[in-house]
Write a new protein. Structure first.
Length: 68
């Protein structure tokens, strides 16, 4: 048996009965979709990868240039 999908914002179960034009997958509503978009725009979500020691030093040096 498949586990029902849940909205990542509010946790409400997503019913796959809506016509294709009305679907807001993976969200249950336009409101939840907008909340997710707002979180991306304000930096609450981020795709982060670890930096190597060299990359960290380069970023630090670049930052120091703006401070001077």
């Amino acid at each position: 048996m498949n586990k029902p999908l849940a909205c990542p914002i509010c946790g409400k179960e997503i019913v796959d009965a809506a016509p294709a034009a009305e679907r807001r997958f993976p969200f249950c509503s336009a409101r939840c979709r907008q909340i997710d978009f707002y979180r991306w725009c304000t930096g609450r979500y981020a795709i982060v990868e670890p930096l190597s020691e060299n990359e960290l030093q380069e970023e630090f040096n670049r930052f120091q240039q703006f401070e001077s």
